[in-house]
Design a protein around this ligand. Structure first.
Ligand SMILES: [Zn+2]
Ligand SMILES: [Zn+2]
Length: 897
């Protein structure tokens, strides 16, 4: 639908869509901007232009239009007290990690807090009506602007004022009245300063009129009246109309303070502290005109650097002023903004990584580090985090709990970036042409080189606008398994016995049967879901092979004959299998909470799988688990078992459960139903879960982690067994280690025996030598040593290939034999590890004709190796143990023939 068309239609009937009682009562005039023709409402008779085109745009910088001055924290207190005074409930912010919507990583607007997706429909669930909320919102699309424009943030507080028009809530008239009074009464802004501009909003199939309110060209808020459904040619009024007023808290603070930028009054004392540390002379006579110029011209150019250049030129800043005031200030603003966003995101359980929303966080951290590097700023990030949390906890006390966790994650991630820089430099230096988007994605995906880094290194001039969208397409969660279209129309919901008495045997009536599928009026067979594998069992003696849930109907797939519609059937659940799966399911909850307590608040279930005899839990964590981590998680898990804690199951209205237990309940992801089943293990673990569970943790008996592995950046897999499987695993491991021990013992004994033999052999060298030399002509063998004395008397040959002798023995015997008989050649071969070694001695006489070195060289070649030495002594070896006899034959032929 075209927004312009809707606006035209609505503005053509201002009485119906825009004229509220305030305008009547106060005497607002409706005017059309003489530049852009847009309609606006004002009390200022002189005003002829809309806020975008007025001359007083951004004139509040250096000259705030309010009598009072409120910084960020105080501004919220003012807004909150005003709305509470006017019968609103003030509720705490929701997490910035949007756990209740699977189409969003982060919370991007206050209204998102109350949206729940049911099938293809978005429904609204308000914990109170009317209400006001200081919702921290994360938006990453304008990162380039942060720190430079004076008003862009990567996270900001959206003041959400929400109402459903019914006996408690209100509609347009009251809403605009309240907003006007907030500005005039609470903030002391003159009535004439406030301009309301006609606009429209549309999204998700609904639309409505809206009134944006401005003071001196700064849009402070936008009151959206979501009223219709359909499109312009055919629409109807929504059953549930909604007021969605969103205002920027940062802007409220800014307009009352009139500082050069919104950054100066929204981050608390840290900004001044860093400015002093760097020693910037923040001379406001330069900053006010400069940032006013930036603010006024931002919309005029597509390119931010052009806006900046223009402002520098208009104000006439010197290079000195740019380099020593503007640039370092921009760096400081960026660093503080990005750290504030990381504080919220990490506190709410997000981790920097290279996938999904984690990618944005990694980019922010790398921008912080590279900005510090570029500007040679040495800041202590821990100190910045501390000072920011000290300031933010006035509004967000929950940040206190995760203070140390935020520091830990940021320090780990910073360390990783530092250590990857050298590697990135190498990769970048090898690039010989400017990379295209596809190359950038490959560089990032396989080498971790971010486009921000490439820009910093001046390899690319700009980050292509398609980079992030292409990258996120790659990481889009896999499409859900396509549901088979089964003929289930008109069948009533299956009664789920496993949520009640949960019998192992029951009788049921067949409501429908087709192909291999059977639908019963009630079932105790658990259908595949929530990572829990389906039950096995029999229907009328026929084996069940799968069970699936379609809406609220359970479909059993069976092998063999299927019963007829209308039949009564007897059903039997495989009790042993169910028992194993159930123990494993409760164990995933126990391990999840144990991992969180051992590792840190960032641990969330990423996914889980529960079978009869094994299961796994994937958790979010920054590094691979150490042996100590694993031991501690196992210990914590088993202590929960030892404490015999009852597992309680209760059903709650979703909104009530969220308010009562928080969003930690969504460990298994979004719950698309109105009533949630809450499984709690004391107050240690509370999750929304549809699975089967033990009655008491002691039923599990034991949990044993069998393996862990880092399966992707930021996700660790924990494989485990529980109950009987754990006991068997432990027993088998014990047996394995016992048999391993035995084997080790045997090996050691053998080694010792061999050493003994060798020692003995060494001692016997003189005796062996004597008897060898005393043997008759021809071939004789003594103690596995063969000697061949040749009648001609030219050469004698003695050798051994026994593994009972080592190098010391061969050297000793060879030397002794050759000394006594100068015509003797001695050749010893023996195995050592996976090699075979050879030692050759030649007596004084014979060595002149037959060199030991030559013989070794030749033998080693046959053995597939190399060797050499002097005519009298040489050694070598090879790897072909099977060539031992060939080698000896060769040696003999060289010596005797
Ligand atoms: Zn205009
Ligand atoms: Zn569960």
């Amino acid at each position: 639908m075209n927004k312009k068309e809707i606006l035209e239609k609505f503005s053509a009937d201002p009485q119906r869509y825009y004229n509220v009682s305030l305008f009547e009562d106060q005497g607002f005039e409706r005017k059309s901007c003489n530049v852009c023709n847009r309609f606006f409402w004002t009390l200022d008779s002189e005003r002829v232009k809309c806020p975008d085109h007025s001359d007083d745009t951004y004139s509040f910088i250096g000259d705030p239009p309010t009598s009072k001055r409120f910084d960020y924290t105080q501004s919220w207190k003012e807004v909150e007290s005003f709305f509470v005074k006017n019968n609103h409930t003030s509720i705490n912010r929701y997490p910035v990690v949007c756990r209740w919507r699977d189409d969003l990583y982060f919370t991007i607007a206050s209204i998102v807090d109350f949206q729940r997706v049911m099938g293809s429909k978005v429904v609204f669930e308000f914990p109170a009506n009317p209400l006001v909320v200081p919702q921290t919102c994360l938006r990453f699309k304008d990162l380039e602007n942060v720190g430079v424009t004076g008003r862009h943030f990567s996270s900001f507080c959206m003041i959400g004022q929400h109402s459903i028009p019914n006996e408690n809530g209100y509609w347009k008239d009251d809403c605009v009245n309240l907003d006007f009074n907030l500005l005039t009464q609470q903030f002391g802004i003159a009535k004439k300063e406030i301009t309301f501009v006609e606009d429209v909003w549309e999204g998700g199939g609904s639309f409505g009129s809206s009134l944006e309110y401005f003071v001196r060209g700064l849009e402070l808020g936008n009151a959206v009246f979501t009223e219709f459904q359909g499109d312009l040619s055919n629409y109807k009024t929504l059953d549930q109309r909604i007021i969605d007023m969103g205002a920027g808290l940062e802007r409220f603070a800014w307009i009352t303070m009139g500082t050069p930028t919104a950054y100066d009054c929204c981050f608390g004392p840290i900004t001044q502290k860093l400015i002093q540390k760097v020693g910037i002379d923040a001379d406001s006579s330069v900053l006010i005109p400069y940032f006013t110029e930036i603010a006024k011209n931002l919309e005029l150019y597509d390119d931010l650097s052009q806006v900046r250049k223009n402002a520098i030129k208009t104000i006439g800043l010197s290079d000195e002023q740019i380099n020593h005031i503007i640039t370092p200030l921009e760096g400081i603003y960026l660093i503080i903004d990005h750290i504030r966003t990381l504080i919220f995101a990490i506190s709410d359980g997000a981790l920097p990584s290279n996938v999904g929303g984690g990618y944005n966080l990694r980019i922010m951290l790398r921008r912080i580090v590279s900005t510090m590097d570029r500007l040679k700023m040495k800041f202590d990030l821990d100190e910045i985090i501390d000072i920011q949390i000290d300031y933010l906890r006035n509004t967000y006390p929950e940040l206190e709990k995760t203070r140390e966790d935020v520091k830990e994650i940021i320090s780990i991630e910073t360390g990783r970036y530092d250590s990857s820089k050298e590697r990135m430099q190498k990769i970048v230096s090898k690039l010989n042409k400017e990379p295209k988007v596809e190359d950038l994605i490959t560089l990032y995906e396989s080498d971790g080189v971010t486009p921000e880094y490439l820009k910093e290194m001046k390899v690319i001039s700009e980050i292509p606008s398609t980079f992030y969208s292409k990258l996120s397409d790659l990481h889009q969660s896999k499409k859900q398994k396509e549901q088979v279209n089964l003929p289930l129309e008109g069948i009533s919901d299956t009664e789920l016995l496993f949520y009640g008495e949960d019998p192992r045997e029951f009788n049921a009536k067949v409501l429908k049967s087709f192909k291999n599928f059977v639908v019963l009026d009630k079932t105790a067979f658990y259908a595949r879901g929530g990572g829990q594998e389906p039950d096995h069992g029999e229907i009328n003696g026929q084996e069940i092979i799968d069970i699936t849930k379609h809406g609220n109907i359970v479909v059993h797939e069976i092998k063999g004959n299927i019963p007829k519609e209308g039949d009564m059937v007897s059903c039997k659940v495989d009790a042993k299998r169910r028992d194993g799966i159930t123990k494993n399911h409760t164990s995933t909850h126990i391990i999840n909470t144990s991992a969180r307590s051992v590792l840190g608040s960032w641990v969330w279930q990423h996914s889980a799988f529960k079978e009869e005899d094994h299961a796994r839990l994937d958790i979010t964590h920054h590094s691979a688990l150490t042996d100590e981590d694993v031991a501690n998680i196992e210990l914590a898990s088993n202590s929960i078992i030892a404490k015999s804690i009852p597992v309680k199951i209760e059903n709650f209205d979703r909104g009530t459960a969220e308010q009562k237990y928080g969003f930690r309940i969504y460990q298994g992801g979004v719950v698309p139903v109105k009533s949630v089943r809450i499984v709690s293990i004391g107050d240690l673990d509370i999750e929304a879960c549809g699975g089967t569970h033990v009655v008491n943790t002691s039923d599990i008996e034991q949990i044993k982690i069998t393996k862990t592995k880092r399966i992707q950046d930021g996700v660790v897999r924990i494989e485990f067994v529980s109950g009987d499987s754990a006991k068997e695993f432990v027993k088998k491991k014990q047996q394995d280690s016992e048999s391993k021990e035995l084997e080790q013992k045997q090996k050691e004994q053998e080694k010792e025996k061999r050493l003994e033999q060798r020692q003995l052999a060494k001692e016997r060298i003189p005796i062996i030598a004597k008897s060898l030399l005393e043997s008759k002509q021809g071939i004789s063998t003594i103690d596995e040593i063969t000697i061949e004395l040749v009648e001609s008397g030219k050469a004698n040959f003695c050798y051994s290939t026994s593994n009972n002798y080592d190098d010391v023995f061969h050297i000793g015997l060879g030397e002794m034999l050759c000394k006594t008989d100068p015509k003797m050649v001695y050749c010893g071969l023996f195995e050592q590890g996976d090699k075979i070694r050879v030692i050759v001695y030649a007596g004084d006489d014979i060595s002149k004709e037959k060199s030991a070195g030559e013989i070794v060289k030749s033998i080693s070649q046959i053995l597939g190796g190399a060797g050499g030495g002097s005519p009298k002594f040489a050694q070598g070896g090879g790897i072909n143990k099977s060539k031992k006899e060939d080698a000896i034959k060769n040696a003999k032929s060289m010596i005797i023939e």
